[in-house]
Ligand binder design. Structure first.
Ligand SMILES: [Zn+2]
Length: 457
């Protein structure tokens, strides 16, 4: 029954969830670079961290154009990011710096750090300082009265001292968004083709993830395959600062063309769909952990490794290092999060179509895991551990259909989630212009470029 394993890579698929795509986007900080390093199923594509963030994107070849989208300046709070007055002292975080060193450089001692942390809950983010970031101090009479921590081009954190102590405020600037187009033809590898087309590597990967259920990027890719992608580029005060989501894309593999468009439904959940509204991926990931080894199979007559008695093993065990993130395999609602006998720390998710999934022996729960919480496919729900009856760190994963336990490795996974009939009109209205834009680009490159050059859009 192994043919049920989806053709696309689970690892790639795991990245498709909105949360993870956010991790790939430039606005996010590099807290999760491992996600990026792990997700390269594409031959020759090895990406370390989010290097492209700092590297200016090469001017694309003629086939790429940029078109302005009706920029929505949605009640943008106008905040000048660096009103560093005469008394503000700005420092750039250096390699090996910690808060104590930085504060000392500003003429302050650890007392100021202590006050910040005890007064303002936002101060905990100061623990994540990285080289290259900036921190500004306002020191009056030897006392810290203000602090600015520039996290990224878009995010900063400010602290102000009043008579009640420090209060913190997170400021997020909203970038202007334009759509960019890139297209390429594969000669040696997808990675090289993406590079030639002027695409940042994480974007190439994101595109591969979108089509990862239909195309096996490790085995199916052929010379002459081609792609087109329309995605968001982010600008702040006219300066390009990064890229956002893929909006629409097309991939031709061995003469067969696949198309995808991004759509955010009425509940605010974003996903990729075919132009006629079918989901690009399955309702479930096959495994909740990327690249994990199965250490014990589903077996209703197994000798238990701890109890040494015949006891059904109602799930699949995945051996992984303690702390490895565990992902929800499908969208759903948490129906249980807590201690559950031999299962230890456990999360149970109720999905649609009578399906329940269970994740046991967790070392810790992800933030916000409580009964009633909504999760999306690919969201991290907890971390591998050995709580409960476990001989070592592993994930125990169960898949129930209509109250009956099934083998998670072989159970037929439900088909892709399509657009709800009630929402189809809204879907068409939103996505057709986007697909048309992508198609128009295909049918008439030269015109599009000329249009762009004359700056009349
Ligand atoms: Zn188990």
């Amino acid at each position: 029954m192994l043919e049920h394993v989806p053709r696309g890579h689970l690892a790639a698929a795991a990245l498709v969830s909105t949360g993870l795509i956010a991790a790939l986007s430039i606005t996010d900080d590099a807290k999760r670079p491992s996600v990026i390093t792990q997700s390269t199923n594409i031959p020759g594509l090895e990406i370390q961290g989010i290097e492209t963030q700092a590297t200016p994107i090469a001017i694309p070849p003629v086939e790429s154009i940029i078109q302005e989208v009706a920029a929505k300046p949605e009640k943008t709070v106008v905040i000048t990011p660096e009103p560093v007055g005469p008394q503000w002292k700005e420092f750039t975080v250096q390699n090996g710096d910690n808060l104590s060193i930085l504060f000392k450089r500003a003429g302050l001692n650890d007392r100021a750090i202590y006050e910040l942390f005890s007064d303002a809950k936002e101060a905990k983010d100061l623990r994540h300082i990285r080289p290259g970031q900036k921190m500004s101090f306002l020191v009056e009479d030897g006392r810290l009265t203000g602090l600015k921590y520039i996290i990224s081009e878009l995010d900063s954190l400010t602290f102000e001292r009043s008579s009640k102590g420090f209060s913190g405020k997170q400021i997020t600037l909203k970038p202007d968004v334009k759509y960019a187009f890139r297209q390429g033809t594969i000669d040696s590898s997808l990675y090289m083709a993406g590079k030639r087309a002027g695409m940042p590597s994480p974007l190439t990967m994101e595109m591969a993830n979108i089509f990862g259920w239909d195309i096996d990027f490790a085995l199916d890719i052929q010379k002459g395959d081609s792609f087109k992608v329309m995605y968001e580029e982010q600008f702040l005060k006219g300066k390009k600062i990064g890229f956002g989501k893929v909006i629409a894309a097309e991939f031709t593999n061995g003469g067969k063309t696949f198309k995808a468009v991004r759509y955010t439904d009425k509940d605010g959940h974003s996903a990729y769909y075919t132009p006629d509204g079918r989901g690009m991926h399955k309702a479930f990931l096959r495994t909740p952990i990327e690249f994990a080894r199965i250490s014990s199979h589903f077996n209703l007559a197994r000798k238990h490794p701890v109890l040494h008695i015949i006891r059904a093993h109602k799930g699949t065990d995945y051996a992984a290092a303690r702390g490895t993130p565990i992902r929800a395999t499908g969208n759903g609602k948490v129906s249980f999060a807590g201690r559950k006998g031999g299962y230890g720390n456990t999360v149970i998710i109720q999905h649609g179509q009578g399906i329940q999934t269970l994740y046991g022996h967790m070392n810790a729960f992800a933030k916000g895991m409580r009964s009633g919480a909504r999760v999306s496919q690919g969201d991290v729900i907890g971390y591998v551990g050995s709580t409960g009856l476990a001989s070592g760190p592993h994930l125990h994963y169960e898949f129930h259909v209509n109250g009956q336990v099934r083998n998670p490795v072989t159970v037929p996974l439900p088909k892709a989630i399509g657009i709800d009939k009630a929402e189809l009109a809204r879907f068409n209205e939103t996505t057709r212009p986007l697909i048309a834009k992508l198609d128009q680009f295909k049918s008439n490159n030269r015109l599009a470029v000329a249009k762009n050059n004359s700056n009349d859009n």
